[in-house]
Each structure stands twice: as structure tokens, then as C-alpha cells.
Design a binder for this molecule. Structure first.
Ligand code: FCB
Length: 411
């Protein structure tokens, strides 16, 4: 009987530097917080100082992999100046993971830019791709054989839309088409008071292009210092499908193309594997009501199957780099994870080459423009005392990991 998950499958959870570390004040998000446009992250979970404790928890929970990101502003606080002490910090982070038998999945950029680079126009600037590649090569060379899996960019499209169409994230450029302002449904576009302009649409297109160039430049730079590194881009796949009818089907196909396939087809020749982030499904023509998460997103964990199948055509191994739910009361998360993992098993049975699954997130964290109010963690954080408390759903995930690692079959 065939196992549901292959031996050596990577099980774990993910975090990102600015969302959990604390104490990062030289990046564009910190600057935006000082200007009162987004909530302040401050020390958040203080993971920068408490990673040992957090990795102990991950180990207790049966994780054998962990995805996290390196903060560019720490490594290169001024253009061309690399901070050896910060490189050493992250080397210790990697060693701490390996000492616990946890495979690191390293992300080089997860939304935040060093302030000096933001001042130069960030990803609107044509030079940024090369600057990113130089930083990436520096990090990979410094880690040596401590890291095997590297992701260049996290969710390039989400970044471009939030920063350059919705005006919800730095650098707060909001676009409009004819008289209609583009905006985010959760109200964050209004909070930043971003000015809507037609020309921002061109900035958005430039950023999209530069995010393709940045991935390719970084891929080549990483491979030149470490040919055996396994390099990926992390792509958010918002699944669009339909309840039938050719108009709805067409809408779903167009949305999928612009949201996922367009970017992927441009970078795929420079990917050894693909990281998938899955959170959302939109079904055109649907009238059913669903349970909603604390993000007010439709609860639809099974959609990860469709996201995986959608990426299958690119013919590269895939790992789930993020998938999870904001659920402060923890009354839905356990079930959510079980359904999600069964859906990953179905994708494997259907022939999709899935190598790992990282739940978002290991810890409660700073959910960007929404601050610390949305709780995605397997582990809850008390932001006053910094106490960690493992949520019951983390043990549901642990049990699943144990059963599947032992070769569980659903047949
Ligand atoms: C993803 C981001 C991650 C987190 C989750 C909820 O889009 O990559 O940082 O905010 O959403």
C-alpha cells in the first residue's frame, strides 16, 4: 500500500523576520510605523532573542523543517556595508535548527526593505535586482553548507498589489482606473490616506517586472556561490474557480492567469522548486455562505489541492511554504489543518510532487497593516509578558505529522 506522504517529507511551520523578531527599526515598515501609517511592530514576539525556546517548541511539536526569513536591513544596514555580527546571528539560528534535527528553509526577502533602499525607490528602481542579488550571494556564501533551501522573494505579486495598487503597504501608492480607486476590502487603503493616481499603475507594472528580474538575478548569484543550493520563489496562489457558466469560468481563468501563471511562467526556468502560499479561494458565481476566519476570509482549506494542481504544470517539486488560519479562539484551526493536510495527500496521490508543508505560522505575529490583532500561531504570544503557550491545534498537527511520518495510508 502506498503511503500518503513520502518518507523524508518536510513538516513544520513558517515565520518571517519583521513579523516575529522585534527590534528592527531601519526598514521601510518601521519608518511607516513612525509616520503613523501602519501599526508599530516593536519587539513583537522577541523571536530574535528567543529563537532557542521557539525551536525547542517546534521540536516538541514534531517538526522536522522550519521556514524563516533573513532581515535584509540587518545584514546590509547601509548600502554595500554588510554586518558580520548579524550574519553570525543567523548562522547561530541555522545551527540551532540543525542541532534539533530541523531543516531550515531560508527566505531572503519577506516584504521589508532596508530604509536606504526604500529611499532609492525600492523595487521601482532598475538597480534593485542587482542589489538584491549581491545581498543574496553574500548571505548564501556566509552560510556555507548550513543551508540547502533558499527562497528568493516571498509573494512578489501580493507585495506589488498592496504597495502599488492598494496603497495599503509601503510605499503607499494607490492606483485608480478611470474614476475608480483601487483598494483593499479590509479598509487599510483608507487608513494610510494614500493618494490615488493613474500613474501608480505604471509604477506597479515596473515593480512587477523588477520582481521578475530580482528573482532571476538572485537565482544566478546564489547558484554561482553554491551550485547545490535548492532555489525557489514563494508564490501566493489565490485559487479562482467557478460554479459553472462560461462567463464565470472565463473570469476564473483570467484571474488565475494574472494572479499566478503570468509571474510563474517568467521565472520558472530559474527555479529548482516552487514554494506555495495558499490562503484563499474565490468561486465566481457562488452564493453559498462559508465560515469566515478572523481575517474575514472564507474558510476553505481543501482549496490547497487546487493550488497545488495549478502549479503542477510548471513541472518542479513544490513545498507548501505557508498555509494557515487566523483563529484567536483556536476552535477551527485543528480541523482546518486536518482538512488541509488531507487535501495535500490527495494532490500527492494525483501525482503532484509535494516535498513539504509549513503551517503559517509557528507563532502569533505582526500581520502587516493589521498589526498584532490577527492570530495565526500554533503558539500564542502574550505580547506583554512574551509568554508562549502552545495552542491545542498544535497537537492536532503534531499527531497528524506522527501518523503520516509512520506511513499512514488513508485507504
Ligand atoms: C501571507 C504573508 C505572510 C502572512 C500571511 C497571513 O500573505 O506571506 O507574511 O502575513 O499572509
Amino acid at each position: 500500500m502506498k503511503r500518503d506522504f513520502p518518507e523524508g517529507f518536510y513538516w513544520g511551520a513558517a515565520t518571517a523576520s519583521y513579523q516575529v523578531e522585534g527590534g528592527i527599526d531601519n526598514c521601510d515598515w518601521a519608518e511607516a510605523a513612525r509616520a503613523g501609517k501602519v501599526p508599530n511592530a516593536g519587539r513583537v514576539a522577541d523571536h530574535y532573542n528567543r529563537y532557542l525556546e521557539d525551536f525547542d517548541i517546534a521540536k516538541t511539536l514534531g517538526h522536522n523543517a522550519h521556514r524563516f526569513s533573513i532581515e535584509w536591513a540587518r545584514i546590509e544596514p547601509n548600502e554595500g556595508e554588510f554586518d558580520e555580527a548579524e550574519l553570525e546571528h543567523y548562522r547561530q539560528v541555522l545551527q540551532a535548527l540543525q542541532a534539533r534535527g530541523i531543516e531550515p528553509f531560508i527566505t531572503l526577502w519577506h516584504f521589508t526593505l532596508p530604509q536606504w533602499l526604500a529611499d532609492k525607490g525600492g523595487f521601482e528602481n532598475e538597480q534593485t535586482a542587482e542589489l538584491f542579488a549581491r545581498y543574496a550571494a553574500k548571505v548564501v556564501a556566509s552560510f556555507g553548507d548550513l543551508g540547502a533551501f533558499y527562497s528568493t522573494l516571498n509573494e512578489p505579486n501580493v507585495y506589488a498589489t498592496h504597495g502599488y495598487l492598494y496603497g495599503a503597504w509601503p510605499p503607499f501608492k494607490r492606483a485608480k482606473i478611470a474614476w475608480k480607486k483601487i483598494g483593499k476590502e479590509d479598509g487599510t487603503s483608507e487608513k494610510t490616506q494614500a493618494l490615488a493616481k493613474f500613474t501608480h499603475f505604471f509604477a506597479y507594472r515596473r515593480v512587477e517586472r523588477n520582481l521578475v528580474r530580482a528573482h532571476i538575478a538572485a537565482y544566478k548569484a546564489i547558484k554561482s556561490v553554491s551550485p547545490e543550493a535548492q532555489v525557489s520563489v514563494v508564490k501566493h496562489v489565490h485559487v479562482f474557480d467557478s460554479d459553472g457558466g462560461w462567463v464565470n469560468k472565463k473570469l476564473a481563468a483570467i484571474a488565475s492567469y494574472f494572479q499566478t501563471d503570468r509571474y510563474m511562467s517568467r521565472v520558472i526556468n530559474y527555479c529548482d522548486l516552487i514554494g506555495l502560499n495558499y490562503y484563499r479561494n474565490t468561486r465566481f458565481g457562488e452564493s453559498r455562505n462559508y465560515l469566515r476566519s478572523d481575517m474575514d476570509w472564507k474558510v476553505y482549506p481543501g482549496g490547497i489541492f487546487d493550488a497545488l494542481v495549478q502549479l503542477q504544470k510548471f513541472n518542479k517539486p513544490i513545498f507548501v511554504a505557508e498555509a494557515g488560519i487566523a483563529d484567536e479562539d483556536d476552535d477551527v484551526r485543528g480541523q482546518y489543518i486536518s482538512v488541509q493536510i488531507k487535501a495535500v495527500a490527495r494532490a500527492l496521490a494525483a501525482g503532484v510532487d509535494v516535498r513539504g508543508h509549513m503551517y503559517w505560522s509557528l507563532l502569533d505575529n505582526y500581520e502587516w497593516a493589521l498589526g498584532t490583532t490577527k492570530r495565526f500561531g500554533l503558539v500564542s504570544i502574550n505580547y506583554d509578558t512574551l509568554e508562549r503557550e502552545i495552542r491545542p491545534s498544535a497537537f492536532v498537527y503534531k499527531d497528524l505529522i506522527e501518523q503520516y511520518s509512520k506511513g499512514k495510508t488513508s485507504a
